[in-house]
Write a protein that binds this ligand. Structure first.
Ligand SMILES: [Zn+2]
Ligand SMILES: [Zn+2]
Length: 344
């Protein structure tokens, strides 16, 4: 089969012909219909995040059709439409059995530790194949497995209650899902903070109140908009120390700042005025859980979460088109999301 692979760190991906992976015990073979190109893939290609042995097939946002199953599999059938939970866990350790599978010591991630979705086929354990209803296009099924699932988990961690206010820092792929899901959780107002006008106007279409951090201080803007109180929940989706600080400073008393964006830099807070004086919380959110996916998928099926304007472009399974999409992401110039559709 064809796969577009990372051969050498820092170099463009290349098309390779690789053997069709074997279907092991409790596995399914999936013909890939859609694979999202994620900002994490830029980091894997550049070498700023570690990635499995090279050559390696990237891609952790995958949807497709089951083409072959091991005889023991009963959860899906040949022909089933599925999207793939990207974390393969042991299912038996303390973490797995207590709903904290992201911390499974034996976990491997599709497209990071093992070969992923920039290919025609993939083999995964059957329990990682989650049913995708007919109403949801494969492209949406693919991207919801990463960005939407990540913010869905973050909103759970925030303990967002109906009637609270939310500010989403970063109106990219994650932000667009966060805005809609925050509304679905009962947020009264959702503010979107970004520096890109195009993204802010899309956020506004999805029902957010835009705040342009290029034109004015977002912390002051959020306090002004909430009558001086601040917002109850902030989501930091950018991964910049300055933005993390803003997410904390924008909080109302008892507020919760959830950190989702990744950076290896430190950020500072004024512990007295910004944390204990207001009894706010800073919460870390890492990945998401398999058990969260069916409800998330149902939100998409019912139209509560609309991804039609998030998936902005599809490209074929071709090295050049994929590298171009990664280059665009690297320059932060991307509209929102590009998805590879191997069969066009
Ligand atoms: Zn992703
Ligand atoms: Zn485990």
């Amino acid at each position: 089969m064809k796969a577009v692979r990372l051969i050498e760190i820092g170099k463009p991906l290349q098309m390779q012909e690789v053997p069709l992976p074997a279907v092991g015990e409790r596995d399914v073979l999936v013909r890939i219909k859609a694979a999202g190109i994620c900002h994490s893939d830029v980091h894997y290609r550049a070498g700023t995040s570690s990635v499995g042995p090279l050559p390696h097939t990237l891609g952790h946002e995958i949807a497709g059709v089951v083409e072959k199953i091991d005889e023991s599999v009963t959860s899906v059938k040949v022909g089933s439409r599925v999207c793939l939970h990207y974390l393969i866990t042991c299912g038996n350790c303390d973490y797995c059995r207590t709903g904290r599978e992201q911390f499974c010591k034996d976990a491997t991630m599709l497209g990071k530790d093992c070969d992923g979705g920039y290919a025609e086929h993939i083999v995964v354990p059957a329990r990682n194949a989650v049913s995708l209803p007919d109403e949801i296009p494969f492209e949406h099924g693919a991207v919801l497995m990463c960005s939407s699932a990540t913010v869905f988990h973050a909103l759970h961690k925030a303990g967002l209650k109906p009637g609270e206010t939310v500010a989403v820092f970063g109106a990219g792929g994650l932000g667009m899902s966060a805005i809609q899901l925050a509304k679905a959780f009962g947020a009264l107002e959702v503010y979107a903070v970004d520096i890109n006008e195009q993204r802010l106007s899309l956020a506004e279409e999805y029902g957010a109140i835009p705040i342009d951090a290029m034109k004015s201080d977002p912390v002051a803007g959020l306090h002004r908009s909430t009558g001086g109180k601040g917002v109850d929940v902030t989501l930091e989706l950018v991964g910049l120390p300055q933005v993390m600080r803003q997410a904390v400073q924008s909080l109302a008393p008892f507020g919760r700042a959830v950190l989702v964006g990744i950076t290896d830099q430190l950020f500072s807070v004024d512990s007295y005025r910004e944390i204990l004086g207001k009894e706010v919380q800073i919460i870390g959110s890492s990945d998401h859980l398999l058990q969260e996916l069916p409800v998330l998928i149902e939100f998409v099926r019912q139209g509560t979460l609309d991804l039609s304007r998030v998936v902005t472009r599809t490209v074929p399974l071709a090295a050049r088109a994929i590298n171009d999409a990664l280059n665009t992401l690297e320059e932060f110039a991307e509209g929102v999301r590009t998805v590879i559709t191997p069969s066009g």
